[in-house]
Each structure stands twice: as structure tokens, then as C-alpha cells.
Design a protein around this ligand. Structure first.
Ligand code: SF4
Length: 437
């Protein structure tokens, strides 16, 4: 039998990856098999991120890549960019179907044949009608260690640089019972690390009379051999009770990813963020006081309109003084339709790049320092899959990337590892004990 093949390309955040996995499974249920994006497929699905300056160009390139592998491949574009600018995507040569945020979960309602179209069809529900949740908790089959569990979608915040609320609508949450049920299923399927995802995870429950702390307390009671990682949480929503729970609960990873965006209060105000640098520093101190070994990641945007040399230096010094472990540095780029794109004092692009490089170097130093501090300690590592050279990699609970050459079968297992030396991106570890489920 000639099975039809589908290939995926995902851009953007963990939430998008979680949702691609759901779309992937809907294809598997219809008898399709998964294949690599750079091979010949019958259907190519591109799950896009929000509109950036280069979104159209990037999308065009990905579509060309797909059609090089199969000129007759049926091309579906979905995700945030498709929700926001469907007509722009429709004009790109080779696209057959454009699906909005809601429609991507009902993909087979919109496919009649896989014949290529003269002009792509568009199915996009307007933003005001986006109330569905679109549960996403099943991972793609090749990743047997980690699964994403979507607990929240949309955002009610109004950060001046962000188009996500326009593409994903208002904040909404998965009911607690559903999230617990989905976690149970993932654990039954053998997944050992569950990453809680959403657009604004810390806002979980705000409209259904609960909150993230309550949910976490219930999730850790689920039986099984697993741990939970919170993908990202806004500083103003990182409550004392969440930090205290993470400090005491073995099933919660000692790792926080907390967007900062800028260390300058002037810029934070222009960004319409809901905190100032003092609150941010205080939250990080609280984490470190209760969990000294916590891994802490930070998102920063450089070159935001109005960020002068002084503001940038303030951000740089603020980060240098924070006990954080790594940065995700984003070079500001204008997103059409946002307040920030209309602001005066846009920073020249080469200056944005220079500032990005400065912070990336600081990130590398922070990470090295964090890894150094972990040497000599014993940590529980969740190992993934063996590499061709016989080595195997995994993460500690506090997000140190560990590599070992043990000849034990460690795939998808927790093991106690002594962290010994740093080699490139990894800490080399010696396995002390394997935890068999
Ligand atoms: S918190 Fe701000 S940056 Fe994050 S999704 Fe909401 S509006 Fe966008």
C-alpha cells in the first residue's frame, strides 16, 4: 500500500510545537506517515509564528524548499501569521490552503483533494470569535522523553511590541480536570518530562476561578515517574507560593524562564510591561534564596524604540548583577500593526545587532559560570536517546545539558550523575545510579 506522507515545519514557540504535534497526530490517524520536511511528501504543513518584518520572505523560502522536494506537494500554511495576514500568504506562489488559529485543529474539514490549487483557499475565524481552546498534549512519536502539555492560550496583556494577542485572542485556560487527565495519559504513554506551555502560562486559571499554583499542586499528585517543567512565566505572575512549591516538590523542575525584556524602567514602560526592574530583581532573589541551584533563563529584547546607549547599559549592568543562568536575546524587529512600530526613535539596525552581540556574549559567560558552579555536584538527569557515537545527552532538573558515555541503557531514564567537566555546550557526567521505573 502506498501511504501518503506529511511533513511539518514549525516556527516560533513551544506552544506552536505542541500544536504541530496535535496536527501531526490527526494526520497519523488518517493513515499518513510522517516524513522529514526536506524529503518528498504529499502534504507540507507550515505552522507559522507572528508577523515580523521578514515573515513573508521566510514563509516564501520554506514553501520553495518544500516544492523543491515535491513540486506537486500540497502546501498548507497555518499559525499566527496565517491568522493575521491570510491574504498576504495567499499571494505566495505554491500555497494551497491557509488556515487560521482555530481551523488548524480541524484541518481535515478543509481538505477535499490534495490537488494543487490555482489560488489558495483561506479559512480563518475572526479574532473576536476565537473562544475555542484547542487542546494540545500529544507529542510527535519520535520524541519519547519530553511532551508539551498546553494549559493556556491567548493573552490579555498589551505589550506594545507584540502581535500574539491579535493572533491568538484573549487568555483562556484548560480546566484543571482536563489538564490532569491529559497529564495522566502522557505519563501512561511513558513520557518522563512534561513541559507546561501556553502564551502566558502564569495567567493560567484567571477566568475559571483558579491559578497556576492550584493546578501545579494537583498535577504533582499524579502517580508516576515524571517531572514537570514550566516553560515560561511572567515575573509579575511568579508568586511566592509557586516558588515555594517548586522548592519543595521533587516533581517540579528547579528551572524558571522569566521574560525581562529590558532592565531599563523607561523602556519597560514604553513596552507596556506589567512590572519594573525592582520587582524583577526581587523575584529572582526570592527564587535563589529558596532554590540556590535554580536554573534561570531570561528573555531580553534589544534595540527597542527609544532605547538609547544609557538604557542599554542599564539593561546590561542589571543582567550582569542578576544571578541568572542564560539569556535568550531577541533583536527588536518592527511588527506591523503594533504600537512600538509607530514609535519614534527607532534604533538603527547595526546598533541593534551590536547590542545583541554584547548580550549574547554575556549569556555565554553566565551559562559557563552556572555550569562551573554545578561541577562536583550530583544531579538527576533525564537522558534522551543515544547518539551514533555511543554518547547520550539529557538535562538536569535545573537545565544543565549533560553528556555521558556510559554503556548502560539510559534512554528515557532518570539517573543520578556526578557533574565533572565542561566540554563545549555540555557538562560531562559520570553516572552513579540509574532509577528504573
Ligand atoms: S505577555 Fe506581552 S509579550 Fe507575552 S504574549 Fe502577552 S502581550 Fe505578548
Amino acid at each position: 500500500m502506498n501511504t501518503k506522507k506529511v511533513a511539518f515545519h514549525t516556527l516560533g514557540c513551544k506552544l506552536n510545537y505542541a500544536e504541530t504535534s496535535v496536527i501531526g497526530n490527526s494526520f497519523l490517524k488518517r493513515g499518513f506517515s510522517l516524513t522529514d520536511f526536506d524529503s518528498k511528501a504529499d502534504v507540507y504543513v507550515i505552522n507559522t509564528c507572528t508577523v515580523t518584518e521578514n515573515a513573508e520572505k521566510e514563509c516564501r523560502q520554506i514553501i520553495r524548499r518544500a516544492l523543491r522536494n515535491n513540486p506537486n506537494g500540497f502546501v498548507i500554511v497555518t499559525g499566527c501569521y496565517a491568522q493575521l495576514k491570510p491574504e498576504e500568504i495567499q499571494k505566495i506562489e505554491g500555497v494551497d490552503l491557509v488556515l487560521g488559529t482555530k481551523e488548524k485543529f480541524e484541518i481535515f474539514n478543509f481538505i477535499d483533494t490534495l490537488e494543487k490549487k490555482e489560488l489558495a483557499c483561506i479559512y480563518v475565524t475572526p479574532l473576536e470569535e476565537l473562544n475555542d481552546f484547542g487542546a494540545a498534549f500529544t507529542p510527535l512519536p519520535e520524541d519519547r522523553t519530553r511532551a508539551f502539555l498546553k494549559i493556556q492560550d491567548g493573552c490579555d496583556y498589551k505589550c506594545s511590541f507584540c502581535t500574539i494577542p491579535k493572533a491568538r485572542g484573549f487568555s483562556r485556560s484548560e480546566p484543571e480536570e482536563e489538564a490532569i487527565k491529559q497529564l495522566n495519559e502522557l505519563v501512561q504513554q511513558g513520557y518522563k518530562e512534561i513541559v507546561l506551555t501556553g502564551v502566558n502560562v502564569g495567567d493560567y486559571g484567571s477566568k475559571i476561578g483558579t491559578n497556576l499554583y492550584n493546578l501545579l499542586k494537583k498535577l504533582v499528585k499524579v502517580d508516576g515517574d515524571f517531572r514537570i517543567r514550566i516553560s515560561s512565566i511572567e515575573p509579575n505572575l511568579l508568586s511566592d507560593e509557586i516558588i515555594e512549591l517548586v522548592a519543595t516538590e521533587d516533581k517540579l523542575c528547579k528551572h524558571f524562564h522569566v521574560p525581562l525584556q529590558s532592565g531599563s524602567d523607561k523602556i519597560l514602560r514604553r513596552m507596556q510591561r506589567r512590572y519594573l526592574s525592582k520587582l524583577y530583581a526581587e523575584r529572582i532573589e526570592k527564587v535563589k534564596s529558596l532554590i540556590p541551584n535554580a536554573g534561570i533563563g531570561v528573555d531580553v529584547i534589544v534595540g527597542f524604540p527609544g532605547e538609547d546607549e544609557n538604557d542599554f547599559n542599564t539593561t546590561r549592568d542589571f543582567i550582569l548583577n542578576l544571578p541568572v543562568s542564560y539569556l535568550h536575546v531577541f533583536t527588536y524587529s518592527e511588527r506591523p500593526g503594533t504600537l512600538a512600530a509607530e514609535m519614534d526613535n527607532q534604533v538603527p539596525k547595526d546598533e541593534r545587532r551590536r547590542r545583541t552581540n554584547t548580550l549574547r556574549l554575556i549569556s555565554a559567560r553566565k551559562k559557563y559560570q552556572f555550569y562551573l558552579e554545578m561541577l562536583g555536584t550530583q544531579q538527576v538527569v533525564l537522558f534522551e536517546h543515544e547518539e551514533k557515537d555511543g554518547s547520550i545527552k539529557g538535562f538536569t532538573s535545573n537545565y544543565v545539558r549533560v553528556k555521558t558515555n556510559s554503556n548502560l541503557n539510559l534512554t528515557n531514564k532518570f539517573a543520578l550523575v556526578e557533574l565533572q567537566t565542561i566540554e563545549n555546550e555540555f557538562v560531562i557526567g559520570q553516572v552513579q545510579k540509574v532509577y528504573e521505573a
